[in-house]
Design a protein around this ligand. Structure first.
Ligand code: GRF
Length: 217
């Protein structure tokens, strides 16, 4: 049976689009079964509908607690039995109950060279620090915000005239390459995160994950 992924998003959905394209071209090794947004106006919902993918809106504003929201989210996800749940610009902090329930099949992309700059405003923080490089990291999700083990990381050089927007745009191009790659590794079971151990082809990954050069096999 083909592998199934579910996508959680809150916004425009350009990462989701790159994953969808990989799925349609056969390089992802799986199908997108469901897209869930916590925001009614998310552009990613339109992309999904246009592609004929099932969508759900679970508006966090209708919930008085994070736990109640996460419980409904988990229920909607379980109904699809996904092999992987992909956070693609999903702007909600998930409860420990949720992250432990889906441990090992929950992935995120974060626009920094983790462990640098978890949280928001990553590009501005890299500029303010005078960093020579910025980038993005795909990681499995644990209970610690942006703290799960890195799988794949891509770097760009910070140029003297960069601002947060120009840097974000260059990093985003790489996000669109590394996220489908990491998902494909998971779906093919080359990549595993179980009992706190992260391996690719049975070999432990380095602490910052595999470094993206261009097109690793
Ligand atoms: C990306 O920068 C991603 O790294 C971060 O949120 C942004 C989502 O952008 N987690 P998009 O909605 O995928 O275009």
């Amino acid at each position: 049976m083909s592998k199934r992924i579910a996508v959680l998003l809150s916004g425009r959905g350009s990462n989701f689009q790159s994953i969808l394209s990989a799925s349609q071209s056969g390089t992802l090794g799986g199908d997108i079964a469901l897209v869930i947004s916590n925001r009614p106006g998310a552009g990613g919902l339109d992309i999904a509908r246009d592609a004929g993918i099932e969508t759900a809106l679970i508006d966090h504003q209708a919930y008085s607690t994070r736990e109640a929201f996460d419980a409904d989210l988990a229920g909607a996800l379980e109904s699809q039995s996904p092999d992987l749940i992909v956070l693609a610009g999903f702007m909600r902090i998930l409860t420990p109950e949720f992250t432990s329930r889906f441990a090992g099949r929950l992935m995120n992309i974060h626009p920094s060279l983790l462990p640098l700059y978890p949280g928001l405003h990553t590009h501005q923080r890299a500029l303010d620090a005078g960093d020579l490089h910025a980038g993005a990291t795909v990681h499995y999700v644990t209970g610690e915000l942006d703290g799960g083990p890195p799988v794949l990381q891509a770097k760009v050089t910070v140029e003297p005239d960069d601002d947060a927007d120009s840097l974000a745009a260059r990093v985003l191009q790489l996000e669109h390459q590394i996220y489908p790659q990491a998902i494909a590794w998971h779906l093919s079971e080359r990549l595993q995160f179980a009992a706190g151990r992260l391996t690719l082809d049975g070999i432990a990954l380095p602490p910052r994950g595999r470094q993206w050069e261009s097109e690793p096999e």
